[in-house]
Write a protein that binds this ligand. Structure first.
Ligand SMILES: Nc1ncnc2c1ncn2[C@@H]1O[C@H](COP(=O)(O)OP(=O)(O)OP(=O)(O)O)[C@@H](O)[C@H]1O
Ligand SMILES: [Mg+2]
Length: 130
């Protein structure tokens, strides 16, 4: 999952709900070399503010990428072919390349769905946009 910023589809309550349902939730932790890693979310008061004002879990780093069933991915926009436009630094493209097995769900507001986004070989499309 991602821990939403004010201009993104709100995910804070959904994350709590998933944990209450017994699911394991992992959130991005931004590193300074355009890479992200995943840390396990436990509770809201066990987070700290990281890069770009994003709240990040203070949990252990998680690297068993092939075990991830579903990934929920933010974007600036998605197009009709499920291509995504991110914030332009390639963090998600680099990370999504590591989880080819996960079912990727893009979520966005209606106005963020557009006809066509140019994509290159590094751009990873999602499986479904909600
Ligand atoms: N897997 C990768 N390996 C190396 N460079 C990459 C990779 N993915 C993306 N890049 C590079 O990162 C830069 C930013 O990529 P892009 O413009 O697609 O960002 P974005 O998709 O908007 O951002 P984000 O992925 O953070 O949401 C580009 O120069 C792109 O070539
Ligand atoms: Mg991209």
């Amino acid at each position: 999952m991602y821990y939403s910023l004010p201009d993104e589809v709100y995910t804070h309550e959904a994350i709590i709900q998933l944990v209450n349902e017994g699911k394991e939730v992992f959130l991005p932790v931004v590193l300074d070399n355009f890479e992200m890693e995943l840390h396990k979310f436990s509770r809201k008061d066990n987070m700290s503010e990281g890069a770009f004002n994003i709240m990040e879990p203070i949990g252990h780093k998680y690297t068993d990428f092939d075990s991830i069933d579903v990934a929920v991915i933010p974007a600036i926009a998605y197009d009709e072919k499920n291509n995504r436009l991110g914030r332009g630094k390639g963090y998600y493209d680099r990370f999504l390349a590591k989880i080819p097995l996960a079912y990727k769900i893009g979520i966005c507001f209606d106005f963020q769905k557009i006809t066509d986004i140019p994509a290159d070989n590094n751009d990873v499309p999602v499986d479904e946009v909600i």
